[in-house]
Structures are given as structure tokens and as C-alpha cells.
Design a protein around this ligand. Sequence first.
Ligand code: CTP
Ligand code: MG
Length: 233
Amino acid sequence: MSRITAIVLAAGKGRRFKTKVSKPLAKINAKPILIYSLQVFDKHPCVSDVIVVANAGNRKKILAAIKGYRIKKAGVVVLGGRRRQDSVINGLKMLGPRADFVLIHDSARPFIKKGAVSLVMKAAESCGAAVLGVPVKYTIKEAQSSKLKAQNKNFVKKTLDRSRLWEIQTPQIFKKEIILRAYRRFGHSEVTDDASLVEKLGNAVSVVMGSYSNIKITTPEDLAIAEAIWTTE
Ligand code: CTP
Ligand code: MG
């Protein structure tokens, strides 16, 4: 069986979340957001260890939560960096020699399922890189701002073909050599997910059907949505 090291990102500043308590420690049904995914990884037979990436402000409380909820596999908590990808780099530096796959997950997505992790893993084993995603439900248009800047208006440049668009989530799983090579070569470029760097290498990335309830907690109203998902699932 392949072994996975999971890197769980919790080093963001949560600027759009706008609460005093750090976003990964904010609670959904009395449990910190970060703990939901850590419990899934703790139980998953393919995950051998978990590296949590925290920031200077939340590290101590994250360590206490890991202890309080008896998360066994999260033995390493490192400090992240300014951008998400800098945090990933700090996590990658802590990889041990044992794991052959690396899973990267945003702690801001609490509702991942064991089965989804297994499906992404299966796809990553066959093509080297795989991500979870869901088909886009909305009409997406590319817009550009008016040439007359003073007007401050956006105009449609084109309407994208929705039948080919996927909204990409985490976890994303990669063969260790592939993600290390992608970060070595392109880690400096601005991206919003890890698979983008693997795409730049020219490697195939498999997209696995996820679930619409695997939401990312970003703004305060997402907490109410999360509570609703938690009660119905
Ligand atoms: N993240 C991180 N290090 C950073 C930035 C983000 O580890 N320098 C993590 C966040 O903790 C989060 C995930 O990446 O789990 C996705 O980021 P996002 O939802 O944007 O969270 P924040 O960056 O914390 O929020 P914001 O952008 O509103 O400040
Ligand atoms: Mg952010």
C-alpha cells in the first residue's frame, strides 16, 4: 500500500473571515474547523503522518487542540509563510523519506470524506497527480475593466463554456518527486493551488468528482452554511 504524508495548511491570516479567533480554530458545532479534516486523516489507512502548517499567532492553540482531540498522526506543526504556497514549501521541507505520496489540504475545508481521499489517492497512483473538484453550477464570464479607467466598469470579454469547467478543491495528492520538482521549478510563480505548478511541468492532473458540501470556509456567512451542512449530513 502506498504511503501518504498529509500537509494541512492552517497558516493563513483569515482576513476575509474577520473574526478574532483564528479561522482554523473557529468552531462548527463546537469543534474547531481544523480538527474535522485531521480526524479524517488520522483514521485513513493510507495516511502515515500529518504535517500541520500554522502561524505564529495560532501555533500554540493548534498544538493544544491536536492534543485535546487526541490526533495521533499530526506529530509536526511548522510555521508557514506569507503566501499559501510559502506555507506549502515549509511543509514540504519537513517530508520524511518514507512517504511516496504527498497530500495537500486546506484546513478551511472541514467536510472531506474518507472515501473521497481514497478516490483521489487511486487517481494519483495511476497518473501521479490528482485533485478533487465539482462541475461548475454557475455561468462564468471573463470580464475586463473599461479602457477608460475613470469609468470603473467591467465588460464581458467572453462567456466560458460551463460544460468544461470544474471548481477545484482540496485535498490534492501528488507523487512526492512530482510535487517537489514542481515547487523547485515554479514555486515562485503566483498560484492559488498546488496542481497549477504540476500543470506547468506538463504533467497530467486527474480531476476526481468531489462533493458540493466540501465547501471552503472563507467569509463569516460560510459558518452558517457549514452548520447547515453539518446538521444535514
Ligand atoms: N494558508 C496558509 N498560509 C498562508 C495563506 C493561507 O497556510 N500564507 C492556508 C489557510 O490557512 C487556509 C488555506 O491556505 O486553510 C486556504 O486559504 P484561505 O481560505 O484564503 O485562508 P486565509 O488565507 O487564511 O484567508 P484570507 O485569504 O481571507 O486571509
Ligand atoms: Mg488566503
